[in-house]
Write a protein that binds this ligand. Structure first.
Ligand SMILES: Nc1ncnc2c1ncn2[C@@H]1O[C@H](COP(=O)(O)OP(=O)(O)OP(=O)(O)O)[C@@H](O)[C@H]1O
Length: 318
């Protein structure tokens, strides 16, 4: 049994202008200990996916359809009490801004200790050992000293490491990381990516890594879902997605990456912008931006097809 099975997940926002379907029948599977990358431009639905999985979608948003099976349990019907047991223990999240999960007026050690103590009974000494261990595992130097610090006394990179330590401390089955390295400089980004992958492998934790940058998932993920306007438009093993994308949108994301051959040249960018969810075109939502689009593409939305791989395109790349 897969750790996580998401089937036809629909999340909508009921706004004054109408109902915006931010997730439209999103489905994927994640095995224990594996890394899934979710990529797409701004507004494609990546964060809404994360918040839906954590049951953190707030009004005017609502999960209105589909199933989220986690360890065989249907999370769509889980009670508030069950969610408080799961969140921070079996499923944890790391945000782009570490202060989303850290308390600014609490010392680092105390907050990590609280994350442990909420979920299990342990002596003060045992908890302290666990906190020290978690801080060490995320590469924080002099962890005994850092335990006494407040978050604002740490650098951005260190704060993010503390947030990651807070996420891993109870050895969850799943960590959802929503662009956690975007605000950090490139060397720290690379270190954190490497360490997260290592941590996940070591402890059998599955990882969902959300990013707008497809190059980030290249060395990190096992599988990738590419999202566009609330739908997964292509899904598969990372090497296949990067080396042989089937959807022109995925191709566009890859072509927008800087690499040796386009050094010094103007970088490619996909023309146009993601359409607003309240006025999606009737057919393929990427068609208005797609250089390969044919008249039929604008008629009906493409369904998910599984040919050589799963994708949503009427005329996939060879
Ligand atoms: N609170 C909200 N009210 C109304 N619509 C919302 C709300 N939150 C999200 N949406 C809709 O869901 C869409 C997807 O948002 P989401 O935050 O998931 O995008 P994203 O892919 O994570 O983008 P980014 O990389 O910029 O964070 C938005 O474009 C917006 O139309």
């Amino acid at each position: 049994m897969a750790l996580l099975e998401v089937k036809n997940l629909v999340t909508e926002f009921h706004t004054e202008g109408g109902v915006a379907r931010a997730l439209d029948n999103v489905s994927f599977t994640l095995e224990r200990g594996k890394v899934l990358g979710i990529v797409g431009e701004s507004g494609s639905g990546k964060s809404v996916t994360a918040f839906s999985l954590m049951n953190l979608v707030d009004k005017p948003g609502l999960i209105s359809g589909g199933e989220i099976m986690f360890n065989g349990e249907n999370l769509r019907t889980a009670s508030v009490k069950r969610w408080s047991q799961l969140r921070g223990d079996r499923i944890a999240m790391v945000f782009q801004d570490p202060m989303m999960s850290l308390n600014p007026v609490m010392r680092v050690g105390a907050q990590l200790a609280e994350t442990v103590a909420i979920h299990r009974k342990a002596s003060r000494l045992e908890v302290e050992q666990q906190v020290l261990e978690a801080l060490k595992r995320v590469g924080i130097p002099a962890p005994a000293e850092r335990m006494k610090a407040y978050p604002h006394e740490l650098s951005g990179g260190m704060r993010q490491r503390v947030a990651i330590a807070n996420a891993i401390i109870n050895k969850p089955d799943l960590i959802i990381a929503d662009e956690p390295t975007t605000a950090l400089d490139v060397t720290i980004q690379a270190q954190i990516l490497y360490e997260m992958k290592h941590l996940a492998r070591e402890s059998g934790t599955a990882l969902i890594w959300i990013t707008h940058d497809i190059s980030v998932v290249k060395d990190l993920a096992d599988e990738v879902c590419v999202m566009y306007a609330g739908r997964i438009i292509e899904r598969g093993p990372v090497a296949q997605i990067i080396n042989h994308p089937l959807h022109p949108y995925t191709r566009g994301l890859i072509d927008s990456l800087p690499h040796a051959e386009n050094h010094g040249k103007r970088l490619y960018s996909i023309p146009g912008a993601t359409p607003p969810l309240l006025s999606l075109p009737p057919g393929c939502s990427f068609a208005p931006r797609c250089s390969r689009a044919k008249p039929g593409c604008g008629m009906t939305p493409p369904v998910f097809r599984a040919e050589s791989r799963e994708h949503r395109c009427f005329f996939p790349l060879a």
